[in-house]
Design a protein. Structure first.
Length: 311
């Protein structure tokens, strides 16, 4: 399959939607400012640039990035920019946030602040939406960036966030593999016991919206052949489109190995806050940056539709 084909379809669909008002926190280097402007040029986002006006204008001038169409909210430094971006969301002036050139921890500290942040009843978690050239489906991997060693209770929210994302991305069916080193429940490997518990919670309606199976090893989660050899009876095994990892280390290694050994791209998004948060890296390609914005646009669209139903 052509590289980026899954991302291209995603971006093209999102170009049919209204541009999403997005608070861009501290876009004070070339890659973050250019990424926001290019996403705006594609009609994916309507950015509000939040940070030191003089620095943003200097970066714009130095690199020939036209920001004349965009509002700048002046904030003296990165910490203040993160707080101001959160405030724009709280005031209803932005439907998403985008990380600029500040550190992720600095941005998330404002997001999770109890009184002035963007918390919901859900645990905040991160999903990579990966375009793996050799794999038929777009692949969600969670959590490889925020929750270091999640408890079973936290994994419930991580799993539900990922299922909801699958629906926002219009997956025909959300098929979740809860990963471990083996497909057998082994009391000596806690992640296998937690995977089994999560599946029972699905059976009891405590987690909804997806087909969930686990524990599954990576091979029998994504390979029909491996599933058949091991004689696993499952509607998920061999064709999972969501992979829930045991901990951040496992997820980080899995995502980066797909990126650097299998030529995958990894769009990143934070879920569980009031709005989707676009996390991009300076190393991200243009395709990945645009795909991250498109994923956030679909999450925001799903939120608006859910709010109409509730209303």
């Amino acid at each position: 399959m052509e590289k980026h084909a899954k991302y291209q379809r995603l971006i093209e669909f999102c170009q049919t939607l209204p541009a999403m008002p997005t608070a861009v926190a501290h876009p004070c280097d070339q890659s973050s400012l250019q990424g926001a402007v290019e996403a705006a040029g594609m009609g994916l986002i309507a950015p509000v640039l939040v940070g030191p006006r003089s620095r943003i204008e200097a970066i714009s001038a130095e690199h020939g990035i036209d920001i004349s169409d965009f509002t700048i909210v002046d904030a003296p430094h990165s910490h203040a920019a993160a707080a101001a971006a959160v405030q724009l969301v709280r005031e209803g002036k932005a439907e998403a946030m985008m990380k600029g050139s500040l550190h992720t921890d600095e941005l998330m500290a404002e997001v999770i602040r109890r009184d002035t942040g963007l918390r919901t009843e859900r645990r905040i978690s991160h999903c990579f939406v990966m375009d793996v050239p050799a794999y038929e489906n777009a692949l969600i991997i969670t959590d490889a960036a925020i929750n270091i060693a999640p408890t079973l209770e936290e994994k419930v929210d991580i799993l539900q966030n990922a299922i909801d994302l699958g629906h926002a991305l219009k997956f025909d069916e959300v098929r979740v593999a809860v990963l471990s080193a083996t497909e057998s429940v082994n009391p000596k490997i806690p992640s296998t016991v937690e995977a089994a518990a999560l599946c029972k919670m699905v059976d009891r309606g405590q987690i909804t919206g997806g087909l969930v199976d686990g524990p599954l090893a990576l091979d029998n989660a994504i390979s029909i052949e491996a599933m058949r050899i091991k004689k696993i009876e499952s509607r998920v095994a061999g064709r999972a489109n969501v992979l829930v990892v045991p901990d951040l280390e496992a997820g980080n290694m899995l995502a980066k190995s797909l990126s650097f050994l299998a030529g995958a791209d990894a769009a990143g998004i934070v879920l569980g806050a009031r709005v989707p948060i676009i996390l991009t890296s300076r190393a991200d390609s243009l395709s990945t940056r645009l795909a991250s914005c498109a994923v956030a646009a679909l999450v925001a669209k799903a939120r608006r539709e859910a709010a109409k139903v509730v209303g």
